[in-house]
Write a new protein. Structure first.
Lengths: 809, 357
């Protein structure tokens, strides 16, 4: 076996960004000329050009835009339209470091807006300029960072902080600055040298956020220190994102030992338990140290090394037992950066099988028989789409992989692209081969740098290996793949909007028909498939349609990947057979909600889906069943809510999102969603009349009927399901009551008589609303209080309560 | 050939036709705002919605191609309701008056803004003609009127109102007040539909005032044509220059829409003027149909209008890198003509045309 030495590009791009910052007066004209020479002058290159220019200048000054128009075919109208449409582009200079505060669903239910307020307060960042007075930090509220199990999440440049509390902001900034100043070059180079034992460590985004890079460098140190005979292998996501970082040790006898939640400093003990040093000298030294440690401290007893194996494995097994892996097949085994390994483990076998077939129609028939439906949300039969597409004639036919996963609270596509890049490429190749397309395009969100890097690396390796390119395997079949990075617009997940975006225009959807399969990118037939759809294809070809067909329900076949997050004990990325009930997912896989809380509902399908109440949670996961309840499969975000979540607040949260992400083309979506949001805001402030609920409902129905694309048509779903299943909560809000204590305008903070007068709250209050009264019961001045939640977090006695404004003292 | 049903009648039509085209041939009236024959469709206003009874989906007829077996309903109650809702929603964004507030409250219904424009441009004959054509009472009411117009004058909110009554008296040329009872309250004069601007931000108001006050000194004493012209020029022109040629207004009247006055603000209401091409752009009146953007798309050498921003805050604007006076040097007239509202119109207007109407 020959594995190549690999590096990840991620840190490199971050570094180059910083260097540009430090240049005092960048030569704009020169930079633009260079970028244009590199990318091209055509009209449809506008997004890549803007992205590259912004990468180098950190923002887009108007001279730069003018200069681009001068030397390319791009018109001023196009460039201003495009650069203001996509949220990635900045027209004002940003600070040196960017603080990205995740506003995903999971983070929202765990108080992301308090975090964002806290950062703005501490760094004195106003909403207008968005940058701290010293130009060091900029704040960006992003739709989702895809680390939902670590919610609430904040990312500063490339460092991710999970489980953030508003009181910790100072520490986080200090830690970041310390980290930035003493930036050690983390060893990214991982060698695949053979050894008698193997250590696998997850390097998916969640694992990295959980600290697996630190663990990795620790393992490398330990290996050097004891001269261990082991092979190190970074693997993709295992899905157990709540237990990151995950480490697996395989010793000679093919014995697997898995450790979850590995903390800094524990790696050494864990490794040495299973793998013994080679030299006698080091063996003795280790034994001696170990013995002394046992006598001197208690750490050893609680160390995971001493935990019984069953207990250690139980966490994982419970989580994985109910699952069925097709898309995520061989998770935790496959290295996302090694083509050779993928080939060794039956990779591209299905593609070879397809190439041997005499009739390409057989492939389409197989997909049709399997009953596979599009995993992007709407569930159009994939085989039928391929059939229509294959019948089209065109000088160039395109297959587009839709990886523009913008749903807050969903990270399936990101994880599939990061962990199984070769499998996605294989699915795309099969689709292209079966339907006679010669070009593939990956459309991936720019917010997923690791996914882009992995796919780019995988494509490069495939070209070298002759799996991509001209005349593949001497079959006369040509297939080339390009990558297109999205620029931050949720609506581009809609296939027609995605295509307009590829063409370098504002990503507005247009009416179908003509369907993209008939007339799409550059007016050529274009097949747009979701990442998950393509990833399932190789398995179906390999195992046959019947194997896939036998899993699932009558109309929904196979499995579905869900991002399980929210108020749940064990979140993560799961793949379950269709037809699994929601209750099974929440209680069996997710282990239920936290102690003392009541499972209230699940939000399924993100902003296009709805809330399904606990009473209906025996509903199986199935396209039709979910639609019947008013929700939607969507792309597969599954956020669990408990009794501390307010349905009005949830609806308001999703409407804020859809209203921001609407492209603004059609009347109903542009104006209708704004009115809906206004009514919901009034409800959450207790200002709405009962008649406005009826108005809201009728508005929802109009927007549903009258919108042009899926975004608008499904935008009212969160409100409509809320009204259907939790109407009494909406009605309560008109009387100024929020039973879940979420709608802050209706609530106030109060200190009850449990208070011991420890003064902690008084010290922590950023606005001095609590007078300093040692040994006395503290009082909050309601006039000054900004409801930042700091006092409640620091109170050791649980003396701080949130009560409804109408309640008496 | 495809056979489809429109309002229960069977038609056999060519492939590639839109539902709107077929329906028009069949004699069904479908209102449109963002659609214009010969220009690529954009499907924005959703006023042309029809129902496909076969799938129970509502579809915009201007851009939907006919499909075999369609069963289209163009005038059912549900369809009309949805269209009405679309127009309602457009009006919540359309912050403008068809008729100026002063004219709306005037008991005699004088066209005050037009008089101001004529006097302001020192067109005394035109103003006189307007006076004689607009009178529906035997004598000038302004002598005895408590001044509803001046009370309603938008300028009053931040400044002293335009002295409309004095201007009207000056324009009438009469010197002796008639001997009659003072006007007590406005009488209902049958008027056309008029939308509302809603509450204007003081900042927006001051922008408007600034624009009408350019190099202009106001006069309270109207002794001659020059002082009258100066005072008339301080009018903010709250009325719509395209009041007589507005498809949005026509559609609103057709559907019996009542503007409730609840408005949502997506951008400050600004007026951008290009005197060279006699073009005024008022973004608050725009319904984002994109027609002006689309007709300029074929000609790319001169800067044209474009959409900026996304979603609710998306507006029509000059490209970020250009000044408003640089855009639409040759296409201004076409854009004014195609605009379904008064968002793009002639800055100076064409007063004599208005009198004829």
């Amino acid at each position: 076996l020959h594995f190549k030495k690999l590096t990840t590009n991620r840190t490199d791009t971050v570094n180059s960004k910083c260097e540009c910052q430090e240049k005092s007066a960048p030569d704009i004209a020169g930079i633009i000329e260079e970028v244009v020479r590199q990318i091209g002058t055509e009209k449809d290159k506008v997004i890549p050009i803007l992205q590259e220019v912004q990468k180098r200048l950190n923002w887009l000054p108007s001279e730069a835009l003018k200069q681009i128009c001068r030397i390319t075919e791009i018109t001023p109208g196009q460039i201003s339209g495009v650069s203001t449409f996509y949220s990635q582009f900045r027209h004002i200079p940003a600070g040196k470091h960017t603080i990205r505060i995740c506003q995903g669903t999971a983070c929202h239910v765990k108080g992301a807006n308090l975090i964002s307020d806290a950062f703005r307060r501490v760094l004195k960042i106003d909403t207008e300029r968005n940058t701290s007075p010293d130009d060091l930090f900029s704040v960006e509220e992003v739709a989702c960072l895809g680390c939902c199990t670590l919610a609430p999440v904040v990312q500063i440049d490339d460092k991710t902080f999970g489980h953030v509390k508003p009181t910790e902001v100072d520490n986080i900034i200090a830690e970041f600055l310390h980290h930035a100043a003493n930036k050690k070059k983390v060893k990214d180079v991982v060698d695949f040298s053979t050894g008698s034992a193997e250590i696998r460590i997850g390097l998916g985004s969640c694992c990295v956020a959980g600290g697996s890079r630190e663990i990795l460098s620790e393992i490398i140190e330990v290996r050097e220190k004891y001269d261990l005979d082991v092979k190190l292998k970074p693997v993709g996501c295992v899905g157990v994102c709540n237990q990151t970082p995950l480490m697996e040790i395989i010793t000679g006898e093919n014995k697997h030992s898995r450790y979850t939640n590995v903390r800094k400093g524990e790696a050494e003990d864990i490794i040495l338990k299973h793998i013994k040093p080679r030299s006698l000298n080091k063996k003795v030294k280790h034994r001696l140290n170990d013995l002394i440690d046992t006598f001197l401290s208690d750490n050893k007893i609680y160390s995971p090394v001493n935990a019984p194996e069953e207990l250690r494995e139980k966490v994982l097994n419970d989580f994985l037992k109910k699952q069925f892996h097709i898309a995520t097949d061989k998770s935790g085994i496959l290295s996302p950066e090694s083509l050779d390994e993928y080939l060794l483990l039956d990779g591209f076998k299905s593609f070879r099988q397809c190439m041997r077939l005499s009739d390409k129609q057989d492939i389409i028939n197989t997909i049709m028989e399997s009953g596979l439906r599009g995993r992007g949300g709407a569930g159009f039969p994939t085989g039928k789409k391929w059939e229509i597409f294959s019948r089209q004639k065109g000088s160039q036919k395109y297959v587009v992989c839709n990886g523009d996963e913008g749903d807050p609270g969903a990270f399936m596509d990101r994880m599939l692209l990061e962990s199984f890049p070769y499998r996605v490429i294989e699915g795309m190749l099969i689709a292209g081969f079966a339907t006679g397309a010669g070009r593939g395009i990956f459309y991936i969100r720019a917010e997923y740098p690791l996914a882009v890097a992995r796919i780019r690396n995988a494509i490069k390796q495939c070209y070298t290996a002759g799996i991509l390119g001209e005349n593949i395997n001497g079959s006369g079949f040509d297939f080339n793949i390009d990558i297109f990075e999205g620029a931050g617009a949720f609506v581009c997940g809609e296939e027609t909007a995605l295509i307009t975006s590829l063409e370098g225009k504002r990503g507005t959807p247009h009416i179908r028909p003509p369907y993209p399969a008939v007339k799409g990118f550059r007016d050529m037939p274009t097949l747009v498939n979701n990442v998950e759809t393509l990833v399932l294809v190789p398995w179906i070809i390999d195992k046959g349609p019947a194997a896939f067909n036998s899993i699932g329900t009558e109309k929904s076949k196979g499995t579905k990947v869900f991002a399980l997050a929210g108020k749940i004990k064990k979140g993560g990325l799961i793949e379950v057979p269709m037809g699994t009930t929601i209750r099974e997912i929440v209680e069996k896989i997710g282990d239920g909600v936290a102690e003392g809380r009541r499972f209230k509902a699940v939000q399924i399908g993100g902003p296009s889906g709805g809330c399904i109440p606990e009473s209906l949670s025996d509903t199986p996961v199935d396209y039709e069943e979910l639609a019947r309840l008013g929700a939607m499969m969507g792309s597969g975000g599954l956020v669990v809510l408990d009794d501390s979540d307010c349905m009005v607040d949830m609806a308001k949260y999703f409407l804020t999102f859809t209203h921001k992400q609407s492209c603004g083309k059609c009347t109903f979506c542009r104006i209708g969603t704004k009115h809906m949001l206004n009514i919901l805001t009034r409800l959450s402030e207790g200002k709405a009349e009962i008649s406005e609920i009826i108005e809201l409902e009728s508005l929802c129905l109009s927007v549903q009927k009258g919108s042009l694309c899926g975004l608008g048509k499904t935008a009212p779903n969160p409100v409509l399901t809320g009204l259907k299943y939790f109407r009494e909560e909406y009605e309560e809000h008109t009387r100024g009551i929020c039973r879940s204590k979420r709608c802050m305008t209706l609530l106030r903070y109060d200190i009850n008589d449990k208070c011991t007068g420890c003064t902690k709250c008084s010290q922590e209050c950023p606005v001095k609303a609590i007078p300093f009264l040692p040994y006395e019961q503290h009082v909050i001045d309601q006039e000054i209080c900004t409801k930042c939640d700091n006092c409640r977090i620091v109170c050791p006695e649980n003396a701080i309560e949130i009560v409804n404004l109408n309640d008496q003292y | 050939m495809i056979s489809i049903k429109i309002d229960t009648k069977e038609f056999s039509v060519d492939e590639g036709m839109t539902i709107l085209e077929v329906a028009r041939k069949a004699g069904c009236k479908i209102p449109t705002l963002c659609h214009k024959d010969g220009i690529p469709h954009y499907t924005s206003c959703m006023v042309c919605m029809v129902l496909d009874k076969r799938t129970n989906n509502f579809i915009p007829s201007c851009s939907s191609l006919v499909q075999p077996g369609m069963d289209i309903d163009t005038s059912g109650a549900e369809v009309l309701n949805l269209r009405k809702k679309a127009i309602d929603l457009l009006f919540t964004e359309h912050r403008a008056e068809c008729e100026a507030p002063c004219r709306v409250v005037c008991p005699a219904g004088y066209n005050i803004p037009l008089m101001n424009r004529l006097l302001g441009s020192e067109d005394l004959t035109g103003a006189k003609r307007l006076y004689s054509s607009g009178l529906n009472t035997p004598f000038l009411w302004c002598w005895n009127c408590p001044g509803y117009c001046e009370n309603a004058c938008r300028r009053r909110k931040i400044d002293i109102p335009v002295s409309i009554r004095n201007l009207q008296i000056f324009n009438s040329g009469e010197t002796i007040p008639p001997d009659s009872e003072p006007v007590q309250k406005p009488q209902k004069v049958k008027k056309r539909f008029s939308s509302f601007t809603g509450v204007l931000d003081p900042l927006e108001l001051s922008e408007w005032v600034k624009e009408s006050d350019k190099e202009n000194i106001r006069h309270r004493e109207l002794s001659d044509r020059f002082s009258a012209a100066a005072e008339a020029r301080s009018c903010m022109h709250c009325d719509c220059r395209a009041a007589g040629d507005c498809r949005l207004r026509d559609v609103a009247e057709e559907f019996g829409i009542k503007d409730t006055g609840t408005k949502i603000v997506n951008a400050p209401a600004l007026r951008k003027i290009n005197p060279a091409t006699n073009l005024i752009f008022e973004n608050a009146k725009c319904i984002k149909c994109g027609l002006c953007v689309r007709i300029c798309e074929d000609k790319t050498e001169e800067p044209a209008l474009c959409f900026i921003n996304r979603g609710f805050i998306s507006i029509i604007s000059e490209p970020l890198t250009d000044n408003f006076v640089d855009v639409l040097r040759t296409r201004a007239k076409d854009c004014i003509e195609i605009c379904p509202t008064g968002a793009l119109s002639c800055y100076k207007g064409n007063p004599s045309d208005e009198i004829k109407k």
